[in-house]
Design a protein around this ligand. Sequence first.
Ligand code: NOJ
Length: 560
Amino acid sequence: MSSATSPWWRDAVIYQVYPRSWADADGDGLGDLPGITSRLPHLVELGVDALWISPFYRSPQRDAGYDVADYRDVDPRFGTLADFDVLIERAHHLGLRLIVDLVPNHSSSDHAWFQQALAAPPGSPERARYIFRDGRGPDGDQPPNNWRSKFGGSAWTRIKEADGAPGQWYLHLFDESQPDFDWSHPEIRAEFEDILRFWLDRGVDGFRIDVAHGMVKTEGYPDAPEKYDLAVDPTASQPMWDQPGVHDIFRSWRRLVDSYDGDRILCAEAWVRPDEALARYVRPDECHHSFNFGYLMTPWRATDQRASITRSLEAVRSVGAVQTWVLSNHDVVRHATRLAVPQSTTSLVGGIGPDDPQPDAELGLRRARAATALMLALPGAAYLYQGEELGLPEATMLPPEARQDPTFWRSDEGDVGRDGCRVPVPWEADRPAFGFNETGATWLPQPEVYGPLAVDRQRGVPGSTLEMYRSLLTLRRDRGLGRGELRWLDGFGPDVVAFVVASAGRTTTVLANIARTPLVLPAGATVLVTSGASDRELPADTTVWLDGELSASQVHVPGV
Ligand code: NOJ
């Protein structure tokens, strides 16, 4: 599957399974590990290299499992460790690698260490594993600094001491049920190395590292700048993000995973700017991958797409790493919906609710297909999110009483949150819960439109989104696109993204038409795959892959 000179992860396609919503074997409405095992053949059919599973550890599920109470056990809602062993054995047997999610920035407030910290006095060794501080003001009733939780509200919560008196404050960059660990404490470092070993010994092929840019905070916990422009400021100008010390942690973890056989990988979830700062996470002795969120956030405009791809490739080239590409995950509005709304940070992470303008589904799907076809031609590794291969839109009509994401309750901006991208996926249109389980129970209601998009309605149907993904993945592998070199093509006009990828002695031309007018291909062009309906014409929002190099002079480019 790999060799020392060409490790698998350099051009891998990794599929994210959100365990709550992929497949539910016991019918309680929440997905589980036996469900995942039963549906693995779908991933083989699709043609991906690996799956990454979001957290399934023991957890009170206040942030859908990103609040871990025991890092070495499976939550009974998802199954058992024995179920995990069956899952990994089956995945490996099918030729799929398996990556698990590691949540090292914070634990659940139910974690034994946090409970011990609450019971122990200020200044005790138990408190030292987390970030407890006295409050400001004469009565200590003001938080220690002005940091905000990513989910809204203050990042500090005040506790009651054992005697019932108002006490110290603890830091939580996310929900108050997610206290941040103090990574300057050697015990935390040792504990996580041990947790890594626990899962590596069980055979996992790597880790996706949650909040990789947040573990180390600026010493002294100074106030954050009041004015901070997410669009331009380097993330490190905030005292809680992207501090240099995080890189020492990755260096030690890299040594650890490298001590195992089989090219195990680390993938950083780091929302970091600019691209050069993000590239530091993938230096040769740190992580293998870092999610390219800058690309995910790029507007669907040719100039922006070209600039983002160029910047991304240059940034990783400087450190000798591979770039990753991603369009959807469990935290952002699905790209089949997102690309139909004017781009803004709110519509990206804040979700879309019933009171918001409803996006044009047809436009969104057309653009999503074109964007995916563009992405899967790019050199490097790619991450897919469950259901995108079906063209699933965001569930935008979820009623408030169905919502479970803590951001919905905490949000300063009235965001509806991330539930809309987390709805159980449809497998068979005519079965209960569209085949998610046998009982029809689902932890979030599935929109009716998911029925016609079910796997069984698309399998073998020419032109379906599922078949398009399968073709793209087969061609990508056969033509070695992930290992290729990208060269931009000129002359196609400002609204067409045009490039060739040369690899394994073959050249593939990729054209993404983001103009309003169609582009007509020459009669002799060999179309390998198209995101649109016709092989000859490229209407607006269509991407095509062609065999060989096509020059602009062979194409009728309107307006050029
Ligand atoms: C990033 C995860 O992807 C997200 O779902 C979670 O809420 C936060 N980290 C906190 O763990």
